[in-house]
Write a protein that binds this ligand. Sequence first.
Ligand SMILES: N[C@@H](CCC(=O)N[C@@H](CS)C(=O)NCC(=O)O)C(=O)O
Length: 199
Amino acid sequence: MIKLYHAPLTRSIRIYWLLEELGVPYQLEVVQFAVGKTPFAQRSPYGKVPAIEDGDLAMFESGAILEYVLERYGEGRLAPRPGTPQRGEFLQWVHFAEATAMPPLGDIVRHTIFKPEAERIAAVVEDARGRAAATFAVAERSLEGKDYLLGGEFSAADVMMGVTLLIARRFEVLDARTPNLLAYLARLEARPALQRALR
Ligand SMILES: N[C@@H](CCC(=O)N[C@@H](CS)C(=O)NCC(=O)O)C(=O)O
């Protein structure tokens, strides 16, 4: 059975939510946000959440875990078939959500709440807000006339992006300039599986 190392309000919601959507059994190990002292972190060079163990496999990186879980337990659900054009679009959004959209948010979070006040740099936050706005404008346009990133059907790409957007909204990156993203996020928040992963 998958063991998920999870901390509330972090990227590990992605895997928690995905497992709930798929109905895959799992064991949840809730860890403190500073994960350096958890059993997994003692074995992992990275020590961040999410992380999973599945039999002999131990792995980290939310996007990689999401792809692994879909391949092993998804039975074709929540992702287009490999090798199809839609799969390309799916992978694009899975990776965009973490590799492109998260870095400016990370800078905002670090220089707003994580770092000791004396080390916070306002110019970093301002620069990151500019980069975030440009990034989310792309996603905003892509959702024009669509319920989900791939069109009418919910997929695991929405799981990746949904958690990015929860963080973006919390740090006031989503506003009147992003009505499509706010409506999309509300649609995702109505899903019982996400509600269970957030409780
Ligand atoms: N790219 C990684 C990022 C993982 C990450 O930075 N996780 C944060 C929580 S959202 C964390 O564990 N931070 C605690 C720390 O850095 O000590 C992923 O997508 O899994």
